[in-house]
Write a protein that binds this ligand. Structure first.
Ligand SMILES: [Zn+2]
Length: 189
């Protein structure tokens, strides 16, 4: 995609948080988010690709991020419904609520780069602020419509379309295959 690599990573973490922490349907089945210890472990996995060092997410932080994930989901749903104005308003609210603010950081021999920090100096607060900012960067770019909700039956997992031509419609290869198989069966019935 055309964003800088940090934005790509942060948007991928937003997708992972929404898909891990919000209830609904996933790949043809009902989906209930994990709770307790399992939730903390799932959130640890979800944020790992964007973390500069490995850490364990606590149960409290995971609970806090579950609330954030619900708010992030409304942004994906608004874009999928073609309501970019609503997506922008939801994102602005999240930026304000998370108190997102840029901060130049340098660690592990990397050059200076922008991180987003949030309220309270907590990991959950920083991730909430980073995810809100990542979605804001997408919505403010020419790729504003690249956030989506899976269009396969009985699936509402979200995705970011990083394909060149922007034709992605499914959360995953399994959902794409389910729809292809159904269409094939329908043609041959
Ligand atoms: Zn799907």
């Amino acid at each position: 995609m055309n964003f800088n690599s940090h934005t790509d990573v942060v948007v991928a973490v937003a997708v992972a948080l929404v898909n891990t922490l919000t209830a609904g349907e996933s790949r043809g089945r009902p989906y209930a988010p994990p709770s307790g210890e399992e939730r903390a472990a799932a959130v640890t996995r979800a944020v790992a690709p964007g973390a500069s060092r490995s850490y364990e997410v606590s149960a409290e932080q995971a609970d806090e991020l579950a609330g954030v994930a619900e708010a992030l989901r409304t942004v994906f749903e608004s874009v999928a419904a073609g309501d970019i104005d609503a997506a922008a308003h939801h994102t602005n609210r999240l930026l304000a609520e998370t108190d997102a603010r840029p901060h130049l950081d340098r660690h592990d021999g990397e050059p200076w780069h922008v991180h987003f920090h949030g309220r309270g100096g907590t990991l959950a607060g920083d991730w909430a602020a980073s995810c809100a900012t990542g979605l804001a960067v997408v919505l403010g770019s020419e790729l504003y419509d690249r956030l989506g909700v899976c269009t396969a039956p009985h699936c509402d997992r979200v995705y970011v379309d990083t394909s060149r031509n922007g034709t992605r419609r499914f959360c995953s290869t399994p959902c794409q295959n389910r729809v292809k198989t159904a269409a094939f069966r329908a043609r041959n019935a």
